[in-house]
Structures are given as structure tokens and as C-alpha cells.
Design a protein around this ligand. Structure first.
Ligand SMILES: Nc1ncnc2c1ncn2[C@@H]1O[C@H](COP(=O)(O)OP(=O)(O)OP(=O)(O)O)[C@@H](O)[C@H]1O
Ligand SMILES: [Mg+2]
Length: 246
């Protein structure tokens, strides 16, 4: 479904991704790990079509279509959603109105029905109706923003959900609800590309069924099963980097 081929990306003239190749088939669950600054968020934002990231070489295919030159909205319409590492404040956009519009446009639901769907899902993520009348992410705490991103994903049900550190800065109880909701979406058919530093977000997912990738300096240097996540958590990146570099 998603194919990233020999991708080279620079930000403000500085090369960040240096020949990255990755394939995600529908329904799969992939995990990306890597040291700070290795280019994980750059990859996520580039797949989502952020204009700041310029593709200098290679291409991105989604459902066999070359989407490398498409804008972020066109990619979203095709079923790609990115949950940000740092969800930005969007002044002037009320959460409820934004989500209603998304549901009306993508699922053809009528606005009143959409309203009820949103309130119901929001409760599962501990948001009250009044919270949804606030502006998107404005004044929300870091952990609340992460939960809001998951709420959006649950309603949108994208074909491919890219999650950039959905576990960073969230308390233990929020982490377990976020983890369960990601698994729920995955079970309903969403392919997941999850960036994390820790295995805990993976909850009870079967490690054997996961694909884990390790990034270093703009490339994927190792791929394996979910066991790799636990190994990195226990022993760090050093040994793995030594192994791949020989
Ligand atoms: N606007 C920019 N100008 C210069 N360098 C940038 C810019 N944006 C990103 N970078 C650099 O690109 C590199 C990769 O950043 P990126 O955010 O993709 O890393 P990451 O793997 O997501 O790290 P983390 O684990 O800390 O989230 C970093 O060295 C970062 O400083
Ligand atoms: Mg990052």
C-alpha cells in the first residue's frame, strides 16, 4: 500500500533522509525506532506531505499511485493520516466543528449524526462535550493533545495511520487508553506506522506480527520483528549499530 523508495529529503537545504526505503502493506503494523535526530519525524512529515520537507530524490507511492508531488490534503483524502509528535495549536478552529466537517466530507454522515458520533467516541477518550467546543489543541496539555490526535484517528479511520511518538509525555493511564485505541483501529483494518522510543505503547500486540525498523542518520539500518523493540529498550542502540556496521 505504502512504498517509500530510496527517499532523499532535505530541510532548509540540509539533507536529513539519505536513501530510505520502506514498504507497508494494508493491515500491517510497523514500528520505527531510532536515536533523537535520526529523521523519524522528517519521514512522517514527508509522507504526510508537509511543504517544508523537500524531496530531492526517490518517491512515495500509495496504492500504486505516485503521491510524491501531492499536497497534504490530497494525501489525507487518499487515506493517510499523521498524528503529530507536537500537535500544533489551531486558533479559530473548534474541535467539534472540525471533526463534524471531516465526517461529513469523508463519510457522508449528516452533521447531527456526526455530532453524536464524536461525543460518544470522545467519551471513550475521556473528553467531555464542553472540551470539544474549545479550539483545536489551544491550551490543551501535551498529553491531552495526544489523546485528541487519537480521537481524530478513531473518527477518520484512515487506511494508513502514522503516529509520531503518541506515547511521549502521557501519563500511565492515558498511555494504556491510547495503546488500546491504536490496537482497536489496527484490528478494524488500519495499517499503522508507529514511531516510538519505548515498547510499552505496543501493549499486548504480538511481537512476532510486528515489523520493526531502526533508523540511523536518515536511513533504515535494520528491520526485524517486534522483538527488536524490546531489545533496543533493554540494551540501547549501540550493539545493533555495531552489528550492522560490522
Ligand atoms: N528546519 C530545520 N533546520 C535544520 N535542521 C532541521 C530542521 N528540521 C529538522 N532538522 C534536523 O533534522 C534532523 C532530524 O530531525 P527529526 O525531527 O526528523 O528527528 P527525530 O528522529 O524525529 O528525532 P526525535 O526522536 O528527537 O523526535 C535533526 O538533526 C534536526 O535538527
Ligand atoms: Mg521526532
Amino acid at each position: 500500500m505504502l512504498k517509500v523508495e530510496n527517499l532523499h529529503v532535505s530541510v532548509e537545504g540540509k539533507p536529513i533522509l539519505k536513501g530510505l526505503t520502506l514498504a507497508v502493506n494494508s493491515g500491517e503494523f510497523h514500528v520505527i525506532m531510532g536515536p533523537n535526530g535520526s529523521g523519524k519525524s522528517t519521514l512522517a512529515l514527508t509522507i504526510a506531505g508537509h511543504p517544508k520537507y523537500s524531496v530531492e530524490g526517490g518517491r512515495i507511492l500509495f496504492d500504486d499511485e505516485d503521491i510524491t508531488a501531492l499536497g497534504p490534503h490530497e494525501r489525507a483524502r487518499r487515506g493517510i493520516m499523521l498524528a503529530f509528535q507536537h500537535p500544533p495549536e489551531v486558533e479559530g478552529v473548534r474541535i467539534i466543528e472540525f471533526l463534524q466537517q471531516v465526517l461529513v466530507e469523508t463519510k457522508g454522515v449528516d452533521p447531527v449524526e456526526a455530532y453524536d458520533m464524536i461525543i460518544k467516541k470522545a467519551e471513550e477518550l475521556w473528553f467531555k462535550e464542553e472540551d470539544l467546543h474549545r479550539h483545536l489543541n489551544v491550551g490543551f496539555s501535551g498529553g491531552e493533545r495526544k489523546r485528541l490526535e487519537i480521537l481524530q484517528a478513531l473518527l477518520i479511520e484512515p487506511k494508513l495511520l502514522i503516529l509520531d511518538e503518541p506515547d511521549s509525555g502521557v501519563d500511565v493511564d492515558s498511555l494504556s487508553v491510547i495503546s488500546r485505541k491504536i490496537e482497536e483501529l489496527h484490528q478494524r483494518g488500519t495499517a499503522v506506522l508507529l514511531i516510538t522510543h519505548y515498547g510499552r505503547i505496543l501493549g499486548h500486540l504480538d511481537r512476532e506480527k510486528l515489523r520493526a525498523h531502526v533508523m540511523k542518520d536518515g536511513r533504515i539500518v535494520k528491520t526485524g520483528s517486534g522483538e527488536l523493540v524490546d531489545r533496543i529498550e533493554n540494551e540501547g542502540f549501540g550493539r545493533i549499530f555495531e552489528e550492522v556496521e560490522g
